[in-house]
Design a protein around this ligand. Structure first.
Ligand code: ARG
Length: 465
């Protein structure tokens, strides 16, 4: 059988052109969605008396048979048939004869491909929300075990104030919570049916677009056929949400790389998540977080790619739009791999409490508390800041930390210093004193974890048809 659109042509397609324009090598991922869309379409054609019922039954039977073949991996796609839509249609006609040609009544590949992608992305977005939840549970379980574990908190990667390790981890919990929210919110824009928009202007057949939308589980129907076939906002939005998510994963990965270094020794990643060096026998490299950090690049790239493809395109469908797929599939695949590694990597990470404790003792991250101490005794904060700055300078010169300075020495800087400063300065008390809402005190962290658990227990309204 020659090309499905061959009627108007007198020459064969140039082989190079055929290969260059074909999308079957990548859009075969959409095979099941394509069948799903066709089943709904032909059912509606039957209900609207556009295609006789016996033909509808035959077409459906054929489509189910092709679905079986796809699931068994028995189907062979051909580049000559360009894309998944024509490969399946051709197969159908081969299987049930010319009646298969009635399937394409009242639709075009333009609304067909858009329908496939809406169906596909809807499923994937729901899957990512579920995968993200697993990552959140992993964070939560480490956090619960480390409420009283103290590490230096950093700003500018300089030690700033001591914090609970759980508090640090939970910051990522909330980032992923927002990522989930963004994905869930985007569903309302993915959940639109373009089917029945035709090539661009609608169709002369008395179709029922609401019915196909209902059969496919879409919440709404695009009210403008031109918008329906040329809208790729839902893909852009997904790529953008994926990019923000990967930014979070990349930041967390960077921290894991730093924390597992010889210099920090805050955590040890499980052997099963690291690799060795071919030359240096002592090495245990954090390859997984390094790669997660790097994969962020391609996810950003896919967003930039599609934004650039769409920029300046006139309405309605243009072949340019075929370029929306590979980037989207690549981002989906990258997220699938990334999220499934992240949860077990966090779960199996060993937290080295002793080296964290040691680190906290060897720094000036309790200096703010010394300033606050004077403020609570009546000094203005600026004045206190100046005095403590001088004390820190003195300590550095003497090779001491704040807890090592004698009270008599403190008194030379200000008479208000008292014996109880040593209590105030102990890292445990420094952390416990940060009782403001959202602060790092164990009480506040426990509250935060309770809030987080409440969020996780909320049932999301996801239409996962
Ligand atoms: N393979 C095409 C794509 O992915 C399907 C739509 C083709 N439509 C057309 N009029 N050539 O965009």
């Amino acid at each position: 059988m020659s090309k499905l659109w061959g009627g108007r042509f007198t020459k064969e397609t140039n082989k190079l052109v055929e290969e260059f324009t074909a999308s079957i090598s990548f859009d075969q991922i959409l095979a099941l969605e394509d069948i799903e869309g066709s089943l709904a379409h032909v059912q509606m054609l039957g209900e609207c008396a556009i295609v006789p019922l016996p033909d509808v039954l035959l077409i459906k039977k054929g489509l189910y048979e092709i679905k079986e073949q796809i699931l068994k991996g028995e189907i062979e796609y051909s580049v000559a048939d360009e894309d998944i839509h024509m490969n399946i249609e051709k197969r159908l006609i081969q299987l049930i004869g010319p009646v298969g040609g009635k399937l394409h009544t009242g639709r075009s590949r333009n609304d067909q491909v858009a329908t496939d992608m809406h169906l596909y992305l809807k499923k994937k977005v729901i899957q990512f929300v579920e995968q993200l939840e697993k990552v959140q549970y992993a964070i939560l379980s480490q956090a619960k075990q480390n409420i009283d574990t103290i590490i230096p908190g950093y700003t500018h990667l300089q030690r700033a104030q001591p914090i609970s390790f759980a508090h640090h981890l939970m910051a990522y919990f909330w980032m992923f919570e927002r990522d989930k929210e963004r994905l869930l919110e985007s569903l309302s824009r993915i959940d639109w049916s373009p089917l029945g928009a035709g090539a661009l202007a609608g169709t002369t057949f008395p179709i029922n677009r609401q019915r196909t939308a209902e059969l496919l589980g879409f919440q709404s129907v695009y009210p403008n056929s031109m918008d329906a076939v040329s809208d790729r906002d839902f893909i852009l939005e997904f790529l953008s949400n994926a990019s923000i998510l990967m930014t979070h994963i990349s930041r967390l990965s960077e921290e894991l790389v730093i924390w597992s270094s010889q210099e920090f020794q805050f955590v040890e990643l499980d052997d099963s998540f690291c690799t060795g060096s071919s030359i240096m026998p002592q090495k245990k490299n954090p390859d997984v977080p390094e790669l997660l950090r790097a994969k962020t690049g391609r996810v950003y790239g896919n967003l930039m790619g599609l934004l650039t493809v769409l920029k300046g395109l006139p309405l309605a469908y243009n072949k340019d739009m075929q370029e929306d797929k590979e980037g989207m599939f690549d981002t989906v695949e990258t997220l699938e791999g990334t999220l499934s590694l992240l949860a077990p990597m966090i779960e199996t990470m060993v937290v080295k409490k002793a080296s964290m404790e040691k680190a906290v003792k060897q720094d000036f991250s309790n200096a703010t508390d010394l300033a606050d101490y004077l403020v609570k005794k009546g000094l203005a904060f600026r004045e206190a800041h100046e005095i403590i700055g001088k004390i820190v300078l003195f300590a550095i010169k003497e090779n001491k930390y704040l807890l090592d300075i004698d009270l008599s020495e403190y008194k030379q800087f200000h008479q208000m210093f008292d014996e109880n400063i040593y209590d105030v300065l102990s890292p445990k008390n420094v952390v416990a004193a940060r009782e403001s809402f959202g602060g790092t005190s164990p009480n506040q962290v426990r509250n935060q974890i309770a809030l987080a658990e409440k969020e996780l227990n909320k049932v999301h309204e996801m239409s996962s048809k």
